[in-house]
Design a protein around this ligand. Structure first.
Ligand code: XMP
Length: 326
């Protein structure tokens, strides 16, 4: 990560015109920095790495090599979207690695949250390193560092950056959005033509659904979580809550309760809805969700998702509850 300071004189990028001017400037800068050399980028599908990818594709085309590691803990449809947008529409040089089995085997029976995080973070570094070694002539490493990362790395939130890259990867960095705030990255992303849903996607932790499938992850509970989360997102989109709520998701604890389905005993997990508003994720408040929406979501999740027999709503602000459950 570069240690740079945003000049006071730098105007906030709020319009497509300002975004286009920024893009032009960065395209020229990247071309001058990189020349005819190759650049490697870990493309998670999050806002920052996606915008950097689109910007670099514009600047240097196939000299950019994107690596997307699917750790099997992505939300429904996310890896598919990366392949669709970058692999197909933008015709990027994209290496897709489905590491689902590798991750889930390593995480088997691991219940401790911090150990889970460490395994997920370390495995990413290993896989990325393995891929980098297979490639020839890579001189630069691109990163989706944004300005708050630079500020926060000096402060309290550094523990969240589990997706760090190997120390020994001593390549020169290309960080074209390092001086931008998140809202500016989004304006630039739209100006680059990325889909709205990708650019305005809610924050998603690096360890993904791994920290929401509480305790030791099993494939069946992870599958139920992914499906329930997809229903929640769809219904929030339908009723306009997606625009109003900063982060919303499902967590599923490793607990079963008794239920009844088709006249028979049906043991299942509870799906816990968490929907919070915040500015900086340090504190959070609870968004009111209309009961009609909650009933509809409950109905869909309990009928459509195998293994879930209850839906609960988490009403706890932060503090005292953190946003994630683990
Ligand atoms: P907490 O749970 O600490 O979450 O209130 C605050 C914000 O950070 C996200 N989060 C993470 N992001 N790796 C990440 O990249 C993590 O391990 C992680 N844990 C929490 C969380 O989703 C929320 O937006």
């Amino acid at each position: 990560m570069q240690s740079v300071v945003r000049p006071e004189s730098m105007a906030r990028i709020t319009t497509p015109e300002l975004a286009n001017a920024f893009i032009e400037e960065q395209v020229a800068k990247v071309r001058a920095q990189v020349g005819d050399k190759k650049v490697l980028l870990a493309l998670s599908g999050g806002v920052d790495s996606s915008v950097v990818a689109a910007l670099l594709i514009k600047a240097i085309g196939k000299q950019l090599v994107c690596v997307h590691v699917n750790h099997g803990l992505m939300r429904k449809g996310e890896s598919e979207q990366v392949i669709e947008v970058f692999g197909k529409e933008l015709d990027a040089n994209l290496i897709y690695i489905d590491a689902t089995d590798r991750y889930l085997d390593l995480l088997k029976d691991v219940a401790d949250p911090e150990t889970k995080r460490k395994i997920i973070g370390n495995e990413f570094i290993k896989i990325f390193d393995e891929e980098a070694k297979k490639l020839e002539g890579i001189s630069f490493l691109a990163q989706g560092t944004i300005y708050p990362d630079i500020i926060e790395s000096k402060g309290v939130k550094a523990h969240h950056n589990v997706g760090g890259l190997p120390e020994e990867m001593k390549m020169e960095l290309v960080e074209p959005v390092a001086l931008l705030y998140k809202d500016e990255v989004r304006v630039v992303g739209e100006a680059l033509g990325l889909p709205h849903a990708m650019v305005y996607r809610q924050p998603f932790p690096g360890p993904g659904l791994g920290v929401r499938c509480l305790g030791a992850i099993t494939r069946d509970r992870l599958h139920a979580l992914r499906e329930a989360d997809a229903i929640l997102r769809e219904e929030f989109d339908n009723c306009g809550l997606a625009e109003k709520v900063w982060q919303y998701f499902i967590a599923i604890p490793d607990v079963k309760s008794v239920g009844v389905k088709d006249g028979k005993r049906y043991e299942g997990w509870p799906a816990i809805i968490r929907a919070v508003n915040t500015k900086d994720a340090m504190t959070a408040t609870i968004e009111e969700i209309p009961y009609s929406v909650l009933h509809h979501i409950t109905d869909r999740i309990t009928h459509e998702v195998e293994g879930i027999n209850r839906v609960l709503l988490d009403l706890t602000p932060k503090p005292i509850g953190t946003i994630e459950w683990e």
